[in-house]
Design a protein around this ligand. Structure first.
Ligand code: TRP
Ligand code: SF4
Length: 359
């Protein structure tokens, strides 16, 4: 069982798709005019009802994109993937919503509202804008301050009972009532844009959030009086941590943070990445590396190399043994520093805007 609050580091993506009826996105690629690079590269791997969004994109009809976050610490490369997707959607006829899950953080993580808000503004939204999100195009809000969302959550809570919540989330008699409400608030996050305008909604998320989408789709169908269109969704793979396990804000050696500064320690972090290299240089030359098992290669695929041709070249050179991991990690570090330097310049101005947006 994967629940949104407990994700193991080896998710079986294929099984999860089969068990829950998530469809492979690769079957749709031919219908998407200009698919996102994370779709082309198989990182965004699954979807529900994404056909509806493709249709809107084709016909230049308006649709809504919504993806919330629960800030848990500093923002790292794993979190950046959502922004990369929002950047893609902002070029379409869209309205973008970004709920900050401060209620969920309070109920499920024991975080106070002040801390959550500060993290959301100074870390997340600041970086979202520095990464290129258009501040005029986004609706950012705190769950705890959004009366429309809270009102809708109260009404929709009637449409699901405890047995179902327990089956989906594993709640027990010891679970606090707030925690049980958190998914309902998220359902309201996802559905509330339709109170204003009946447009299709897509929710790009990590696979851990799928339980919320299943619940949202069920509730949307049950609450007939609202005539909701059930949300579409897409699912991306999680990035591997630098050392091979999970990438986690609470373990700095496993993640590259967007606020990391080029430094000896950052260099060391990159040079210590788990690679797909062989035991010895000799073996590497003879057998080639295994990019499929390499975190450095993952960094290229997810973040550092836009050009598919350049990526393929590295792949081939790795496989043939022409490239050594030492060289490869060095050039990875250079790409990371270039990226971080650029972002850090943009962040100062972005922070002011972020503070303005969430007062
Ligand atoms: N539960 C999400 C998380 O853990 C945050 C979230 C809140 C969200 N509302 C949402 C995600 C709506 C997608 C859609 O990060
Ligand atoms: Fe990874 Fe690069 Fe080594 Fe290949 S050469 S295994 S891509 S670090």
């Amino acid at each position: 069982m994967i629940t949104p609050w407990d994700v193991s580091d080896n998710v079986d993506y294929k099984k999860t798709m089969e068990n829950f009826g998530i469809k492979p996105i690769k079957d749709l690629l031919k219908d998407i005019e200009n698919p996102h690079y994370l779709m082309r590269r198989g990182i965004i791997f699954g979807h529900r009802d994404f056909e509806r969004i493709i249709k809107s994109m084709k016909e230049n009809k308006k649709f809504t994109v919504l993806s919330g976050m629960m800030p848990s610490g500093k923002m790292h490369f794993g979190h950046k993937m959502i922004v990369d997707q929002l950047l893609y959607y902002q070029n379409y006829n869209t309205e973008i919503y970004i709920p900050i899950a401060d209620l969920e953080a309070y109920w499920a993580r024991g975080m106070d509202f002040e801390t959550t808000k500060k993290l959301a503004v100074e870390e997340y939204i600041t970086n979202y804008i520095a990464l290129g999100l258009n501040p005029n195009k986004i609706n950012v809000y705190l769950q705890s301050k959004n009366e429309i969302v809270k009102d809708l959550a109260m009404k929709l809570s009637k449409r699901v009972n405890f047995s179902e919540m327990r089956a989906i989330y594993g709640f027990s008699g010891e679970t606090n009532m707030g925690h049980m409400l958190a998914p309902i608030v998220q359902v309201a996050d996802i559905l509330h844009p339709q109170l204003k305008e009946k447009t299709p909604v897509v929710v790009p998320v990590g696979i851990d959030q799928d339980p919320h989408l299943r619940l949202t789709r069920d509730i949307a169908n049950r609450a007939k009086e609202f005539k909701f269109i059930p949300p579409s969704s897409t699912y991306h793979r999680f990035m591997t941590g630098l050392l091979g396990g999970k990438m986690s804000s609470s373990k700095p050696e496993t993640a590259i943070f967007l606020s990391d500064k080029p430094s000896k320690s950052l260099r060391k972090k990159v040079m210590s990445c788990k690679t797909g290299g062989r035991e010895t240089l000799e073996e590497q030359k003879k057998l080639g590396g295994i990019p499929e098992e390499c975190v450095v290669y993952e960094l290229y695929v997810y973040h550092l190399i836009d050009d598919d041709k350049e990526l393929k070249e590295i792949y081939d050179k790795c496989k043939s043994g022409e490239l050594t991991c030492g060289q490869c990690k060095k050039s990875c570090y250079e790409k990371i520093t270039a990226f971080l330097n650029d972002l850090s310049e943009k962040r100062a101005c972005a922070k002011e805007i972020a503070e303005e947006i969430i007062k």
